[in-house]
Ligand binder design. Structure first.
Ligand code: FAD
Length: 336
């Protein structure tokens, strides 16, 4: 087909995957981002970047699992630095009902005992009596993945422009006859009445005293949290889910919950250096399922909620198919 002239706005995980997918299909892509390159990425900078379609299905609709499975496969096909070591779910002895509930709500896991847990993660040996192992899940190192996507767009001939916010109304950013794909995340809520922000706080710590090679979720009736190895002895601890559009500093209570989780998973985290305490705002629609909102030659790809990394590759594929063939995914593509 004839190459399209496409402007993508926003270099978070949705915008980057959109620009990458369209550039590798041979379209003329310009990606425009408000922030300087080193600070770009919006809420995508703070994600654990777990690619966990089965674990997320505990609280997400089927379409998130099915497009998440596609997303996981696309990440694996395209990027060499996806860490394919599965994920672990554990709970304290008093929270075994949570573990049983999680097992009932999910699939593709093995129930494991303390010995198997110790085989998988030696530093967790003896710390938990049982758990769930999801062998086919994966994760990426967040900020390396964002940088790798930017490099891949450039390799495919895409143009990246940083440090210049696109002025409202953003659809005028397209050259005559071109297409605009608006991936501004929560910054697009002025144009998407139903979009809301869900605050997520996280910590990054560094320690050589604990070694974990895969994400570990610690179930808890009030604050289920997780630890993701980010490489170089760094661990991301996440994340709160607070119904507020608040970019402000992490609260003391959230910091206690986040850091307490790491300590509960392994007391040696008590000696870790705290490198960062940050908050991101996840964009979400009322059903927490992302959408491609179509208005003529403008697409708004938004509402990633807790699944931006998981869903971005499939969302990019669906948007590209829509532009090239008019094919519409019934649960994802909606008219404005
Ligand atoms: C703590 C935390 C943990 C998470 N963990 C996971 C996880 O493990 N797995 C997972 O799949 N998801 C996770 N998520 C969710 C994921 O991070 C989000 O779904 C995702 O970041 C949303 O991406 P986005 O590209 O839509 O928006 P954003 O990442 O916010 O990107 C929007 C971009 O648009 C830019 N922009 C805004 N306005 C303009 C303008 N006028 N002109 C140009 N550029 C503009 C912004 O600067 C920004 O770079 C997590 C989120 C948080 C907060």
């Amino acid at each position: 087909m004839t190459a399209l002239d496409i402007t993508v706005i926003g270099a978070g995980i949705f915008g980057l995957w959109q620009a990458f997918e369209l550039a590798r299909r041979g379209h003329a892509v310009t990606l425009r981002e408000a922030m300087p390159e080193a600070e770009s990425g919006g809420s995508s900078r703070y994600a654990g970047a777990m690619l966990a379609p089965y674990c997320e299905a505990e609280a997400a609709p089927d379409v998130v699992k099915s497009l998440g499975l596609e997303g996981l496969a696309l990440w694996q096909a395209v990027f060499p630095h996806v860490t394919q070591r599965g994920s672990l779910v554990v709970a304290a002895a008093r929270d075994m009902t949570e573990l049983r509930r999680f097992a009932r709500m999910t699939e593709a896991h093995e129930s494991i005992d303390a010995a198997r847990l110790g085989d998988l993660e030696p530093d967790l040996g003896g710390r938990f009596g049982s758990g769930l192992y999801f062998p086919t899940e994966a994760h990426v190192s967040t900020r390396h993945a964002l940088a790798a996507l930017r490099a891949a767009i450039r390799q495919h001939g895409g143009r990246l422009v940083f440090g210049e916010p696109v002025a409202e109304p953003v659809w005028t950013a397209a050259p005559a006859g071109g297409v605009v794909i608006d991936c501004r995340g929560i910054a697009a809520r002025g144009d998407l009445a139903e979009l809301r922000g869900v605050r997520g706080e996280m910590a990054v710590v560094r320690t050589e005293e604990v070694r974990l090679s895969r994400p570990v979720r610690l179930l808890h009736p009030r604050f289920p949290l997780y630890i993701v190895p980010w490489g170089e002895n760094q661990y991301m601890i996440g994340a709160t889910v607070i119904e507020r559009e608040d970019f402000g500093a992490v609260t003391l209570r959230s910091a206690l919950d986040l850091l307490g989780t790491a300590y509960a998973v392994h007391p040696a985290f008590g000696e870790a250096e705290v490198l960062e305490l940050s908050a991101g705002v996840r964009p979400a629609f009322p059903d927490n399922v992302p959408k491609i909102v179509v208005r003529g030659r403008r697409l708004m790809v938004n509402g990633a909620y807790r699944h931006g990394y998981l869903m971005a590759p499939a969302m990019a594929r669906i948007a590209a198919d829509l532009l090239e063939t008019g094919a519409r995914h019934p649960e994802i593509v909606v008219d404005w």
